[in-house]
Design a protein around this ligand. Structure first.
Ligand code: NAI
Length: 293
C-alpha cells in the first residue's frame, strides 16, 4: 500500500506505547485514524492530542476481548470514515512467572487479550476489508517472544507464538484479495507494557501469593532487560515502512537474531532423513497433481 494518504487505519491498544506510535506514524502519512483502547483516560488524552494536530481521529473505548463491542466498534469506524484499510491488532498485555506458579486467571487474561483480541479484530473487520475491494493491510503485533521462548515467559510465549502462526496462515489466505499482512516482533520497547496490570479486570485477577511473587520477580528481570529498549516511535517507523512495502516480518532488534538462530538450528538438526515415498506423495499433494485414490 504505497499510497496511504486519505486511507483509514484502525489501531487497537492505540492509546499508549507502540499502538500510539503507529497511530502517530499513520497520521503523519495523512491517514484517518481510529484509536481503540480499553483505557478511557489515556484514550481521552490521545483524542485531544490528535484533534489539536487537526488529524481526523475517532477514539473508541473498546475491550478487545468483548466480541459484540468489537463488532460495534468496527461499524462505528466504517460509519465515521467509510472504510478500514489498515487493521493493527496491537492491544496486548504481559504477565510473567514460571508455568508451575501461574494461575488460571493469568492464562485467561493474557490469552484473552493477546490472542482473543487478534481473533476478534480479524473476525469483525476482515469481511468488511474484503468487501471494500480496495486491498489493505493487517499488522498483528506479536513479539520476539513469539520467535524464541524462555523461563518465566510461558504464557506470553504461548500467546505470541499463536499470533506469529496465525499471521503466517493469514498472509496466504489474504494474498488473493490484495490484502497484505505483517507480523511485528519487537524486542524491548520503552512503553507501559511492564505495567500491564493497570488494565487488568478484577474478574481476571487471581489471589495466589506465590504467583504474585513469581510475577514480581520476573517483572524485575524484564525491567533490567529494558536497557535494550528502544523508543516506540522507532517501531512506528518500521511499521509504516512495512505496510508501504508489504513486508511480512517486522523486526526491531537484530541483537536477538542469535536466539532465533539457536532455536532454528536445534529444530532443523532434529529432523531425520525423509522417506522417499512419503516425500514424493507430499510433492504431488502440494503441486495439486495428486488425484483421488
Ligand atoms: P502499552 O501497555 O504501552 O500499550 C498497550 C495498550 O493496550 C494500552 O494502551 C492498553 O490500555 C491497551 N490494552 C490492554 N488491554 C486491552 C484490552 N483488553 N482491550 C483494548 N486495549 C487494551 O504496551 P506496548 O508495549 O505498547 O504494547 C503493545 C503491543 O506490543 C502488545 O501486544 C505487546 O505485547 C507488544 N510488545 C511489546 C513489547 C515491549 O517491549 N514494549 C515487546 C514486544 C511486543
Amino acid at each position: 500500500m504505497q499510497d496511504l494518504a486519505g486511507k483509514v487505519a484502525f489501531v487497537t491498544g492505540g492509546a499508549s506505547g507502540i499502538g500510539l506510535a503507529m497511530a502517530d506514524a499513520f497520521a503523519d502519512a495523512g491517514m484517518k485514524v481510529v484509536v481503540a483502547d480499553v483505557d478511557r483516560s489515556a484514550l481521552a488524552a490521545v483524542g485531544d492530542r490528535f484533534r489539536g494536530r487537526n488529524v481526523p481521529v475517532l477514539t473508541l473505548e473498546l475491550d478487545v476481548t468483548d466480541r459484540s463491542a468489537f463488532a460495534a466498534a468496527a461499524e462505528q469506524a466504517c460509519d465515521a470514515f467509510g472504510a478500514v484499510h489498515v487493521l493493527c491488532n496491537n492491544a496486548g498485555v504481559y504477565r510473567g512467572g514460571q508455568l508451575d506458579q501461574v494461575t488460571f486467571e493469568d492464562w485467561d487474561w493474557v490469552l484473552g487479550v493477546n490472542i482473543g483480541g487478534v481473533v476478534n479484530g480479524l473476525q469483525c473487520l476482515l469481511p468488511r476489508m474484503r468487501e471494500q475491494g480496495e486491498g489493505g493491510h493487517v499488522v498483528n503485533t506479536a513479539s520476539m517472544a513469539g520467535l524464541a521462548a524462555g523461563a518465566g515467559l510461558g504464557i506470553y510465549n504461548a500467546s505470541k507464538y499463536a499470533v506469529v502462526g496465525l499471521s503466517e496462515a493469514l498472509r496466504a489466505d489474504l494474498e488473493p484479495h490484495g490484502i497484505g499482512v505483517s507480523v511485528l516482533c519487537p524486542g524491548m520497547v520503552r512503553t507501559g507494557i511492564l505495567d500491564s496490570e493497570r488494565n487488568r479486570p478484577p474478574e481476571r485477577t487471581g489471589s495466589d501469593p506465590a504467583a504474585e511473587q513469581a510475577a514480581r520477580e520476573h517483572n524485575a528481570f524484564m525491567q533490567a532487560m529494558m536497557v535494550t529498549g528502544i523508543d516506540a516511535a522507532e517501531v512506528g517507523r518500521i511499521v509504516i515502512e512495512g505496510v508501504r512495502d508489504n513486508r511480512f516480518w517486522l523486526l526491531t532488534h537484530p541483537e536477538m537474531k542469535p536466539m532465533v538462530e539457536a532455536r532454528t538450528a536445534e529444530l532443523l538438526a532434529s529432523f531425520g532423513d525423509p522417506d522417499p515415498e512419503r516425500q514424493a506423495a507430499l510433492q504431488r499433494v502440494l503441486s495439486g497433481s495428486a488425484g483421488p485414490s
